[in-house]
Ligand binder design. Sequence first.
Ligand SMILES: Nc1nc2c(ncn2[C@@H]2O[C@H](COP(=O)(O)OP(=O)(O)OP(=O)(O)O)[C@@H](O)[C@H]2O)c(=O)[nH]1
Ligand SMILES: [Mg+2]
Length: 309
Amino acid sequence: MKISVIGIGGRGLNALNNIALDIKDLVSIAVDTDSLALKTAKARHIIQAGEGRSTAGSMELGRKAVEALTPKIIERIEGSEVVVVISGLGGGTGSGGHPVVIEAIKSQMDALVLSFVTVPFRTEALPRINNAKAVLPQIIELSDMTIVHFNDKLKEKHPSMALPRAYRMLDKYIANAIYVLRSLDQITPIPGLMNVDFNVFKSIATKSSLGFIGLGEGTRVPEAFKKACESPYCDVDFANARGAVVVVESAETALSTSDIFDIQGIITTKYNVTNAYFGFKPTWTVHAPKVGFIATNIKSNMVSKFIEG
Ligand SMILES: Nc1nc2c(ncn2[C@@H]2O[C@H](COP(=O)(O)OP(=O)(O)OP(=O)(O)O)[C@@H](O)[C@H]2O)c(=O)[nH]1
Ligand SMILES: [Mg+2]
């Protein structure tokens, strides 16, 4: 599967920098109005929007500056099956540019669009909060799947950590999500289960509103699955999700029948998800099992409250 990753605005660029090593073989594009920020951007393609200065929080300016560049962006990601778009809600460039990039992709390509956005800290300036509130529903509507992280959760969980380090920890979840997506290409079917491949994922991820992708590692598969469902910087409710995908990466001998059916039981009984798909990615090394977990059309109290409140 061909995946491209686009970071827009200051947060989009920071996220690309933080995951650069994890996505070094993918097409990556940094788009910003701020020429200074672009100087340190780690991406395969660097695209300057506007005249070189930030929009100072104007979504209108951000939208116009990025809109003019969409042909350039589309050219770079031609043939992609999945496009990941990352920004921080609240600023002018990211919040103004993110929706127009998705619209351009959707009108000119047949690609799944996955958006990763952060909700600003509660204490940020009101215009930023208002930008974020206005644009989040649009991004959810235009993307196939949107994964929302809350900056407030960084403050809750790591009150004394240096902010760049906390940002890096959050961005690791984006790198992990991309890792899980890529593992969909490396799956061996498990007989008797509903197996997953890219087309199955596409069918449950298309127009799927809020979503979640997690990766967990543990000494045993169930423990890795439990960790994959954890979401320290999101607010998620998997109950009645449209679809779920579990990808187990382990040595063949580490995957027991009861593990598979226990996990299946959690998804169908605890979360009431009927469309649960499984993939097995055999590894020959002895490292600890890893489990990827994808859920589509999930709910989130915090997202609803943020948009409505
Ligand atoms: N998690 C995380 N959030 C960030 C980071 N940088 C900024 N933010 C958040 O994202 C919001 C938008 O900030 P930027 O991305 O810098 O804004 P921009 O898109 O460049 O827009 P303008 O500078 O106004 O043109 C901020 O209000 C913060 O809440 C980051 O590196 N990580
Ligand atoms: Mg900026």
